[in-house]
Write a protein that binds this ligand. Structure first.
Ligand SMILES: *Cc1c(COP(=O)(O)O)cnc(C)c1O
Length: 406
């Protein structure tokens, strides 16, 4: 690429299959013809003459001018993820929460209204429930699994629906097609946080969603190395989003963009292997006497198994389960199990190659009061397990020995 070129969007032909696109889409080579994508660790760009600089600013977007706006390594990550998701545009951010905040707030003003389910990642709930009202935006929270409550909430005008499906941590599933249809009839755009389903197993845009957001920190990196986020949308919404990002500056570091770009090359394989193991672990937990309940979208016992089968092509890498109260309280039993594990690590991250377990009531969802916890199904004995790349048999043995001690 020469300096005066329009940076190409290197989207491979549409007939290439997703796994092939994940290896090649978005690649831009420098004059050195490197195989592996380069890290452009630069904040700015130079111009040969003052006239060139003037022209670069006049032809907005045709040249890299500042890495808060655009950067070649970040652009490669954005183009690769857009090609996989089937979205017209992708904007990378420094974290998943930066992506959620920008996607939600760039389009709202005082007097607008958000509808969202109670069952959301803690920080997502904070944005819609506490921050948005500070700006004069009203938020209506519903039970995300109740068609009745969605219908009622969207029977009057709304501007935005924000949802997660499956939800963090208790894997509630929202009927994407139903909610998108109701939202559009009410005049609202739909933003789906697709972290738990992953881009491998669920395409919210195909069910009518307008915008998809990711914490790239999770399965896209997949190896617990860096934070990142992404917003996927069409060209029309990009006109609203791009200036918001440019002027508020939640830019992704080029180094992190490179980690995420390389993460995309193996995401499909990693997530498939983790999901295969998750299915076996979920089946083991479901049949164990000390487990009161196991939730996994691809277990027939999941309350929304049929819906999950309709909109997800796999169960995903996360399992939620309740340890039975053995007379000393659910929390004590859950803590004994966690403390007895040898391979599975205690950590509130997820989507990692290492299996990670967390106790939502005292970690990710500690700030919720008891009624709020109950509303999203978090009990004192609830645990969330993110299944990694270890051999499923070792994970099952680890859980078995820890449960024997619990
Ligand atoms: C982790 C997570 C986020 C936030 O992402 P960060 O990269 O940690 O900022 C948002 N939504 C869901 C569902 C998550 O799991």
């Amino acid at each position: 690429m020469t300096k005066s070129d329009t940076p190409p969007r290197a989207i491979p032909p549409a007939n290439l299959r997703p796994r092939t696109r994940m290896v090649h889409a978005g690649t831009q080579r420098t004059g050195f013809d490197e195989t592996c994508e380069a890290i452009f660790m630069t904040s700015g760009y130079v111009y040969g003459t003052a006239e060139e600089a003037e022209a670069a600013f006049a032809t907005d977007g045709l040249r890299y001018v500042y890495s808060r706006f655009r950067n070649p390594t970040v652009a490669m990550f954005e183009d690769r993820l857009a090609a996989y998701e089937g979205a017209e545009r992708c904007f990378a951010t420094g974290s998943g929460m930066a992506a959620v905040f920008a996607a939600v707030m760039c389009q709202l003003k005082a007097g607008d209204r958000i509808v969202a389910p109670h069952a959301l990642f803690g920080s997502c709930l904070h944005i819609v429930k506490n921050l948005a009202p500070q700006y004069g935006i009203e938020t209506t929270l519903v039970n995300g699994t109740s068609a009745e409550e969605w219908r009622e909430a969207l029977s009057r005008p709304a501007n935005l629906v924000f949802l997660e499906s499956p939800s963090n941590p208790m894997l509630e599933i929202v009927d994407l097609k139903l909610v998108c249809d109701l939202a559009h009839a009410a005049g609202a755009r739909v933003v789906v946080d697709n972290v738990f389903a992953t881009p491998v197993f669920q395409r919210p845009l195909e069910f009518g969603a307008d915008i998809v957001v990711y914490s790239a920190t999770k399965h896209i990196d997949g190896q617990g190395r860096c934070l990142g986020g992404a917003i996927l949308c069409d060209n029309k919404f990009a006109e609203t989003l791009a200036p918001f990002l440019r002027h508020t500056g939640p830019a992704l570091s080029p180094f992190n963009a490179w980690l995420l770009l390389k993460g995309l090359e193996t995401m499909d394989l990693r997530v498939a292997a983790q999901t295969e193991a998750a299915q076996r672990v979920a089946e083991f937990l479901e049949g164990h006497g000390k487990i009161a309940k196991a939730l996994y979208p691809n277990l027939e016992s999941h309350p929304q198994y049929d819906l999950a089968r309709r909109q997800m092509s796999g169960g995903g890498t996360l399992i939620a389960f309740d340890v039975a109260d053995q007379g000393t309280g659910g929390k004590a039993a859950a803590f004994r199990l966690m403390n007895g594990l040898r391979i599975i690590k205690i950590s509130n991250n997820l989507g990692d190659s290492k299996s990670l377990i967390t106790h939502p009531a005292t970690s990710t969802h500690q700030k919720l009061n008891d009624a709020e916890k109950a509303a999203v199904g978090i009990s004192p004995g609830s645990l969330r397990l993110s299944v990694g790349l270890e051999d499923a048999a070792d994970l099952i043995e680890d859980l078995e020995q820890a449960l024997a001690g619990a």
